[in-house]
Design a protein around this ligand. Structure first.
Ligand SMILES: NC(=O)c1ccc[n+]([C@@H]2O[C@H](COP(=O)([O-])OP(=O)(O)OC[C@H]3O[C@@H](n4cnc5c(N)ncnc54)[C@H](O)[C@@H]3O)[C@@H](O)[C@H]2O)c1
Length: 330
């Protein structure tokens, strides 16, 4: 059965459903015939944007509430077949000066969701999107799921803690879940207001605005930038795969690019903007883990997933989207 047939008439909840990845996932699920409810607290500075669901706004239920609200969660989890947990505090820079939103939203919020499922919907399947930042600085590239785990910041630590909570509920309470460690995701429907997270998208905005992109250091640091539609495909494939539950998967690209290569592609495709080298700010330097790219053998083997969009194609699609819909994102 393909994933379009799989999700037909399934009841779905997406936390953080008005954000970047959540809204792209919602569009995929509506197109597959699912009954989709989106929950979002529209936290300022994050990616929540009503325009993100413009193509499906008549086909989804939207609930503006917070994952930390036990009453809301106890109600919303009932009757759902799958819950995709994408609500999170993901501002790495903020987490250096104020650790409490990460602790509160990413750890407590995940615990509230898990308790609600344990009490009111034990048979649901949960999909959690963690971050490659959980690994911290890497010793061997590409990075496998069993590499050492040394998160460098509170955001990354809170994501890892949430992942461990999901695993404990999976093993001890039989509330089934799968965790994906996402790499740097870029593409349409991400916030474009600030550069505190979502670096590739921010570079796209700078180029469209004919500004100078600041490339930190010598631009040689490697990352595996992954296009959002490939990410959605991985999330859906993991939900469909019964043997994925209880497991952790890297979701990235095993052909990395440097920040300088990314910048040059963006400038070439927008045909505007410039770039220059700039020193790392102290906050960025403190959190920079160095080169990273994912070993995705496990996702290939078990999920049957493979990223399909090369960087040049994905960046081109991203530029086209924001050129068209700039007024909803700037
Ligand atoms: N985008 C990436 O590159 C990336 C990489 C690794 C992991 N992730 C993780 O994936 C998830 C989704 O990321 P995204 O890029 O779509 O971010 P996003 O900011 O675009 O979306 C997150 C959404 O969650 C909502 N939210 C935040 N706190 C909430 C709360 N307490 N209650 C209800 N809603 C709340 C926000 O309003 C926002 O709409 C996050 O957990 C993030 O840490 C993202």
């Amino acid at each position: 059965m393909n994933k379009e047939q799989f999700f037909k008439n399934k009841n779905i909840l997406i936390t953080g459903g008005l954000g970047f990845i959540g809204s792209n996932l919602a569009i995929g699920l509506v197109n597959a015939g699912a009954n989709v409810t989106l929950l979002d607290a529209m936290i300022s500075g994050h990616g929540g944007n009503l325009y993100n669901i413009e193509p499906i706004k008549k086909d989804v239920a939207v609930n503006f509430s917070d994952i930390r609200d036990e009453n809301s969660m106890n109600y919303l989890v009932r009757g759902k077949d799958y819950i995709f947990h994408l609500a999170g505090q993901n501002d790495h820079v903020l987490s250096l000066t104020d650790p409490f939103p990460d602790i509160d939203i990413n750890i407590k919020g995940s615990a509230v969701l898990l308790e609600a499922c344990k009490k009111f919907n034990k048979d649901v399947r949960l999909i959690y999107t963690g971050t490659r930042g959980e690994y911290g600085s890497t010793v061997t590239l590409p990075v496998k799921e069993d590499a050492s785990i040394n998160p460098k910041g509170i955001y990354e630590l809170s994501s890892l803690t949430a992942q461990k909570l999901f695993k404990i509920y999976n093993d001890n309470h039989k509330v089934k879940s799968v965790t994906l460690r996402l790499t740097n995701i870029y593409g349409e429907r991400a916030q474009m207001q600030h550069h505190r997270f979502g670096v590739a998208n921010w570079f796209v905005r700078m180029a469209i605005d004919n500004q100078t992109i600041k490339v930190f250091g010598d631009g040689s640091i490697l990352r595996d930038f992954l296009y959002v539609q490939d990410t959605v495909d991985a999330i859906l494939k993991s939900a469909c795969c019964e043997s994925a539950y209880g497991e952790v998967f890297n979701i990235g690209v095993d052909k990395p690019a440097s920040f300088l290569e990314l910048t040059k592609i963006i400038i070439e495709l927008t045909n505007s903007g410039n770039w220059e080298f700039a020193p790392f700010s102290p906050e960025r330097a403190a959190q920079e883990p160095g080169d990273f790219y994912s070993d995705i053998t496990k996702a290939r083997k078990i999920l049957g997933w493979e990223p399909k969009t090369d960087l040049r194609t994905g960046v081109g699609l991203t530029i086209d989207f924001y050129r068209k819909f700039k007024k909803y994102y700037w």
